[in-house]
Design a protein. Structure first.
Length: 315
């Protein structure tokens, strides 16, 4: 059984001169670029009412419509997994995701995900792409996520994310003592040799991370990171690229660098922290229906707070 997809959007003026398939991939991130190219080729994508080629260069301002059939995929089952819900109405859910919870099923994680939990909480979310999930947090990153509960909200939130008007702030503990805050602007893409990792690559997508110092410790710094873009592993890769990788990061952290005179208790606490020290603590967006600006904050989880306490107690 197939699912009928009906999508539409206005091509932003900033996309002028770019290929249609590239722009579509950004406008409709729930679908792969190859699938979108297939839809364009088969005439299921109309630009101002006309069929064009995937390589067609857009001018900006055109109206794009997609009417396509999506083959059925493996059913995602509802699972009774507890959710920490910080806000809800008929348009939105704001979730405080714990570290260790995968956002949606993928190879190696067929169930036990946030998507499974959402379908149990609200069965109507099955009608939305990925049960309303419009952005992700890595499995071992904790903190706030927004979930759409209607197609209108889904379209609005995706648009806000693309327009970079969703305000997201993260608390991160990094290796090394930062002297000041700053900005990292470096394109991100797949690592040329390790497909599980991202990297700063010239051919990557534009990515910007702002950071400022919150607290300094001997050999470590607590920073506040703000995303201007939302690429995969962005904060982790950007901070590692300036030689301040996140504590506990298994992909980008490298060998934990500890001072020789560090107390054994702190050494043990740091060594036992087995995930990246990253928490999405603040989220702000425009409500899809009312237009009101809404914001939420979530305190650090216990393991992160314990790590900071150990650092503060060290002379």
């Amino acid at each position: 059984m197939t699912q009928q997809i009906h999508l539409n959007a206005r091509i932003p003026g900033t996309a002028a001169g770019r290929r249609l398939d590239q722009v579509l991939a950004e406008l409709f991130p729930d679908f792969s670029r190859s699938r979108l190219q297939q839809w364009v080729k088969s005439g299921q994508v109309l630009l101002d009412g006309a069929v064009v080629a995937a390589r067609h260069r857009v001018f900006g301002g055109e109206w794009v419509e997609i009417g396509a059939a999506l083959p059925a995929t493996g059913r995602v089952e509802a699972e009774d997994i507890p959710l920490d819900i910080r806000y809800q109405d008929d348009q939105l859910l704001v979730i405080n995701k714990p570290a260790g919870l995968v956002v949606h099923p993928a190879a190696g994680n067929p169930d036990g995900t946030l998507q499974n939990a959402l379908l149990h909480y609200d069965a109507t979310l099955a009608a939305l792409p990925r049960a309303g999930i419009v952005h992700r947090l890595d499995k071992d990153t904790s903190g706030l996520m927004v979930v759409a509960r209607s197609l209108t909200a889904h379209h609005s939130l995706v648009g806000q994310l693309q327009a970079r008007t969703v305000h997201r702030e993260y608390q991160a503990l990094v290796q090394g003592e930062m002297t000041a805050g700053g900005r990292v602007e470096a394109p991100l893409g797949r690592h040329p040799r390790d497909r599980l990792r991202m990297a700063v690559v010239a051919s990557g997508k534009p990515a910007v991370t702002h950071y400022r110092v919150l607290e300094r410790f001997a050999a470590f710094t607590l920073v506040l990171a703000r995303l201007e873009t939302g690429r995969t592993h962005q904060i982790r890769v950007h901070l590692a690229s300036i030689h301040h990788p996140l504590v506990g990061d298994p992909l980008y952290g490298g060998r934990l660098r500890l001072p020789r005179a560090i107390p054994e208790t702190l050494r043990q606490t740091l060594s036992e922290f087995r995930r990246q020290a990253l928490h999405a603590w603040r989220l702000q967006l425009c409500h899809p229906a009312s237009g009101e600006t809404l914001g939420w904050e979530a305190a650090m989880p216990e393991d992160f707070r314990g790590l900071l306490s150990a650092l503060r107690e060290t002379p």
